[in-house]
Design a protein around this ligand. Structure first.
Ligand code: THU
Length: 134
C-alpha cells in the first residue's frame, strides 16, 4: 500500500470518530508486512478523561486479532492544519507492537498541506518496551 493510500484509509476511518466533546476527529491506519491494514479512530466518553485515541484503538484491534508484529507504517490524520503527531501514550502503545516484531515503523503525521514522516524511534527515543523486561 502506498503512503497516499494509507493516509486515505486513516482519513476514511476518522469518519467513524466519536468525538462530540473535542470535535477533533482522528484517524489511524496501521500497515503490516503481510499487506494487511488495521484502522482506528478516537472514541470519547462523557467522562472526558476516558477518551481512547485512534492509534490505541487500532493497536488494540490488531492485537485482539492476534497480531504480534510486522508493523511497518502508521498514518495518523486529524482536522488541524499542522501535521498530527501521536500523543505520548500512543507512542508507547505503538512501541509495544513494533518492538514485538522488531520493526521501527514509519509514522506518517498528516497535516492539511504537509505529511511529516518520522520513525517511531525518533518520536520515542530510548523507549521502554518488552525487551526492557528481559
Ligand atoms: N487523539 C488521538 O486520537 N490521537 C492522538 O494521538 C492525539 C489525540 C484524540 C483524543 C481526543 O479524542 C482528541 O484527539 C482531542 O485530544
Amino acid at each position: 500500500m502506498t503512503d497516499e493510500d494509507l493516509i486515505a484509509t486513516a482519513r476514511d476511518a476518522s469518519r467513524h470518530s466519536y468525538s462530540p466533546y473535542s470535535n477533533f476527529a482522528v484517524g489511524a491506519a496501521l500497515s503490516f508486512a503481510d499487506g494487511s491494514v488495521v484502522t482506528g479512530t478516537n472514541i470519547e466518553n462523557a467522562s472526558y478523561g476516558l477518551a481512547l485515541c485512534a492509534e490505541a484503538v487500532a493497536v488494540s484491534k490488531a492485537m485482539a486479532d492476534g497480531v504480534r508484529g510486522g508493523l511497518e507504517a502508521v498514518a495518523v490524520t486529524g482536522p488541524g492544519t499542522d501535521p498530527i503527531t501521536p500523543c505520548g501514550r500512543c507512542r508507547q502503545v505503538l512501541n509495544e507492537l513494533a518492538q514485538l516484531g522488531g520493526t521501527d515503523p514509519e509514522i506518517l503525521c498528516v497535516g492539511a498541506e504537509e505529511v511529516r514522516k518520522l520513525r517511531l524511534s525518533d518520536l520515542l527515543p530510548h523507549a521502554f518496551g518488552p525487551a526492557s523486561l528481559t
